[in-house]
Design a protein around this ligand. Sequence first.
Ligand SMILES: Nc1ncnc2c1ncn2[C@@H]1O[C@H](COP(=O)(O)OP(=O)(O)OP(=O)(O)O)[C@@H](O)[C@H]1O
Length: 264
Amino acid sequence: MASRLGTSTAMIGKVGDDDFGHQSKENFKQNNVNAEYVGITKDAATSVAQITVVKDGQNSIVYIPGANDCLTVEDIRSAENDLIKKVKLMILTYESISEVILEALKIAKQHGVRTLVNAAPVNPGVSEEIYPLCDVLCVNEVEAEVETGLCVESIEQAKSATQMLLKRGCFSVILTLGPRGAVFASEEQPQAIYIPAKQVTAVDTTGAGDAFLGALAYFMTQHSSLTMKECIERSCEVAAISVQNLGTQKSFPWRKDIPAELFS
Ligand SMILES: Nc1ncnc2c1ncn2[C@@H]1O[C@H](COP(=O)(O)OP(=O)(O)OP(=O)(O)O)[C@@H](O)[C@H]1O
């Protein structure tokens, strides 16, 4: 998503030496994502996700980690000089193992790279040491419940969850709420604010979180005069476009498909 909006983007990861792995690398190329640091391992199959979409567009995903678990601390260190230290922002997900996430965050912070951590998919194995290294922690309702132990159904409960995550040391927290939008709080603005989503008819919400995050990375890095609230509002709009199309990455809009005022 970040690349489709026009951000120079690179991926660090690992795929298996199989059809899905080779297709993934080809897909990065077609989306102008530098995949030089996406390794191929013979020790595991490429990670896959079985996705079921129901009538209202909501989804349920069974995720099988596979090769993602083979990404090592050494793989991250090998990208430090030529990649990590040169970027403005690093997005991390919970698809890697805890020690790898932690190493990537430490290296990014050493070089003044902003960090945007998406605590997805739910991974209770991830160390609490990551929180103080998160410039932005982004969770959905389920992930927020697992991270905090709180019930996150109402917007008020979502606001309470962001407060708890801030207290653990994150600089800022975004809790996405599907069709309701998102809640945001930060050290600078601890009072959580609610940002509504655009009302649209969703056909497939799969990938809404990734569309939101990729767009957020774009606005945070390419439109530095925008406040975080404005970046989140615009990212909600991009994600709302994606849920009106079928597919996961396939549903992500290209820059030309997005109203020009979002880039002003
Ligand atoms: N039905 C919808 N209508 C409008 N916007 C939506 C809808 N669903 C999601 N969005 C937008 O996408 C953002 C992220 O969605 P959500 O909270 O569902 O993420 P997620 O659970 O991580 O998604 P994923 O299905 O990719 O795992 C929301 O904050 C909202 O702005």
